[in-house]
Design a protein around this ligand. Structure first.
Ligand code: ZN
Length: 319
């Protein structure tokens, strides 16, 4: 049975409707969605690094203490699957499987058991918009795949707020001097830490370079206020400088210990003059690459957020 047929079957058993290509999990097979006793219910198949699972999402009226939902569902001691996540208006339950999908009727039963379990701690929806709680709203709308009861006015409001966030982000004036100062500081601190740790454990700890790259990038971005071209150029340079600086400290300390001599400008000069040869011998190049990986990761995660609200009526995946 393919995913589509399976979700179709789950939908029938659970009193939901199957919507291919729609729902929170962004798969072609879509999800089974509907409202049961006021609880928005979505069931779909979700695949991630940990494997493949049937995911059940229950949504309820926003509440103050999601912990109560957690304890309610815990005390129900449900055997199939496990709690995926709880928020102040949803609960997600994951049922991992490896070969055969769980039986459709068992999934439907599970969704019902979950609903029963959280009922004392939550309230279902009552045909009104969940944002303004006044406008009558009978049908579900998907916001970036998430089924909600949201009226047209509130949809406009959400769109407007997100546009505003977009404008606000663009309006941040980058503070370059600040970025440079914080970046230099981070590079210096990172380099010293790198050198001392290497000296302490008597070898170069490659993964530390990733941390340095990440640290330097985070400092520059914090200083400038956002990711800019300046940061994209300064961050790799500072990262490389930081790792090299750390290596100089490490090798200088090593020479001082081996030769049993105090620190002197002569040793330092000798290390700096031969740094490239030393790096080529050891794992120098690799540590520079690791540093850049860390920097790249930080740059990537700090890129301009996507402020996008896509509303879509259920049953119209191309709308
Ligand atoms: Zn509303």
């Amino acid at each position: 049975m393919n995913e589509n047929e399976y979700l179709q079957q789950v939908a029938t058993r659970a009193g939901l409707q199957h919507y291919p290509q729609q729902g929170p999990w962004g798969r072609k097979s879509g999800s089974a969605v509907g409202t049961r006793d006021g609880y928005v219910t979505a069931i779909g198949i979700s695949r991630d690094r940990q494997g493949v699972k049937v995911a059940i999402l229950l949504r309820f009226k926003k509440l103050e203490q999601p912990d109560l939902v957690k304890s309610a569902v815990k005390s129900a001691a449900i055997k199939k699957g496990k709690l995926g996540a709880v928020g102040n208006d949803f609960l997600r339950w994951d049922w991992k499987y490896s070969f055969a999908k769980p039986k459709a009727e068992e999934v439907a039963k599970l969704a019902e058991d979950l609903r029963t379990a959280i009922r004392p701690a939550t309230m279902g929806f009552d045909g009104r918009c969940e944002q303004c709680a006044s406008t009558s709203t009978q049908s579900l709308t998907l916001l970036n795949g998430m089924p909600l009861f949201i009226c047209a006015t509130c949809q406009d409001k959400v769109r407007h707020e997100l546009n505003q966030a977009d404008v606000t982000y663009d309006a941040i004036t980058p503070n370059y001097p600040n970025g440079l100062v914080l970046g230099l500081g981070a590079a210096a601190v990172g380099g010293i830490a790198w050198g001392l740790v290497a000296y302490g454990i008597n070898r170069i700890f490659l993964y530390g370079a990733i941390l340095i790259g990440y640290f330097v990038a985070a400092a520059v971005i914090k200083g400038t206020g956002k990711v800019t071209r300046f940061g994209q150029i300064a961050i790799p340079i500072l990262t490389v400088a930081s790792v090299l600086f750390g290596d100089v400290i490490f090798y200088t300390l090593i020479v001082m210990r081996h030769q049993n001599v105090p620190f002197s400008g002569r040793i330092l000069n000798a290390i700096v003059a031969h740094l490239w040869e030393i790096e080529k011998e050891g794992s120098g190049v690799l540590s520079l690459l690791f540093g850049l990986v860390g920097a790249g990761y930080a740059l990537y995660s700090a890129r301009k957020p996507k402020f996008q609200a896509r509303f879509q009526p259920l049953g119209a995946p191309n709308a």
